[in-house]
Design a protein around this ligand. Structure first.
Ligand code: PHE
Length: 341
């Protein structure tokens, strides 16, 4: 019994100081002590040589020893588990978890295209606040109070302050540029605008515009036409034709609306062009002298042109989107069609 006890004691020391570095070492420990031919089994086998009167004590001693070995082994089982799972995640031949790619919204795609075309001509990008005051949205744009043309743009006013409103056009950005910069001015102003319209396939209470402004000495209507012609051929293709129709805007004189030959039917007539062969895409004109004066720009020295287009409209013509509501419904089936752009 003494002999057995001494042997167990030395094994216990070994067990207590056992500190495996990995699952392999733990497994070697298990085989050495707890395996079918392991030390615990061997020592239990030695029980038969223990005298009968000492068997009870020896049995308790052996059981304690066995439990120690088992407990020590169990306390390192996490090693085995984590190493095992690590092994599977480190299989570099497995395919990765797919991450679906997002895409840009079609309006943003088109806005980026418009902006970059004008950047090539030396226009810089300007932005401004969506909550505006009356002066920047209307007053400075030659639309004094009670001007009938204010009705052309049904306005959302902020109830806290009747002088505040949601900008109805991106011309308010131009107002802010003219206020803070001296000519020559060459800016392109993209932004969201708001009008009190009932939402339908053809109207929405918010939409996006992109306006351009060029003020310098000797800027003429010919410059305006050539600039917009460049824009149209780059945007819609070299064969696209343009025409200008006289129009009215309070902030430009003379004013025009520009049509392009229908990009779907080429002019022979379809539902996009309502069988006229032409599609209206923007308003434009020479900046009204009153507008220049409002920003202390001398109209006898400087002239300028301005134009404004709806980004939804350009997108509709480019991609045949037939319902304005699609742009803000976040329907993934619609948006996915523009993913690769
Ligand atoms: N601001 C005008 C609108 O929203 C568009 C426009 C801009 C027309 C500049 C002429 C010149 O309808």
């Amino acid at each position: 019994m003494d002999q057995l006890d001494q042997q167990i004691r030395s094994y216990e020391e070994e067990i207590n100081s056992f500190q495996p570095n990995d699952a392999n070492e733990l497994e070697a420990f298990r085989i050495r002590f707890l395996g079918t031919k392991g030390i615990v089994k061997q020592i239990f086998g030695a029980m038969k040589d223990v005298p009968a009167d000492q068997k009870k004590e020896a049995g308790q001693r052996l059981n304690a020893f066995k439990q120690l070995a088992e407990a020590r082994h169990a306390s390192f089982l996490h090693l085995q588990k984590s190493t095992k799972s690590k092994d599977t995640t480190q299989d570099l031949t497995l395919p990765g978890t797919p991450v679906p790619r997002g895409g840009r919204h079609p309006l943003r795609v088109v806005e980026n295209q418009i902006v970059s075309l004008f950047e090539k001509l030396g226009f810089s990008v300007a932005s401004g606040p969506e909550i505006e005051d009356d002066w920047h949205n209307f007053g400075s744009m030659n639309l004094p109070e009670h001007h009938p043309a204010r009705d052309m743009q049904d306005t959302f006013y902020i109830s806290k302050n009747p002088d505040w409103l949601l900008r109805t056009h991106s011309s308010s950005i131009q107002a802010r540029v003219m206020e803070s910069e001296k000519p020559p001015i060459r800016v392109i102003c993209p932004g969201r605008v708001y009008r009190n319209e009932t939402i339908s396939a053809r109207a929405h209470c918010f939409f996006h515009q992109c306006e351009g402004l060029y003020i310098d000495k000797n800027v003429s209507f010919a410059d305006l036409k050539q600039t917009l012609y460049y824009f149209v051929t780059e945007m819609f293709g070299a064969n696209t034709r343009v025409r200008f129709r006289p129009s009215y805007f309070p902030f430009t004189e003379p004013s025009a609306e520009m049509d392009i030959s229908c990009t779907v039917c080429g002019g022979s007539g379809c539902s996009l062009c309502k069988h006229t062969g032409w599609v209206e895409i923007l308003g434009c004109g020479m900046v009204h002298p009153n507008v220049l004066r409002n920003f202390n720009i001398d109209p006898d020295v400087y002239t300028g042109f301005a134009f404004g287009m709806g980004v939804e409209r350009i997108t509709q013509v480019k991609f045949q989107v037939n319902d304005l509501r699609l742009y803000s419904q976040n329907d993934i089936r619609f948006l996915r069609q523009f993913e690769s752009l």
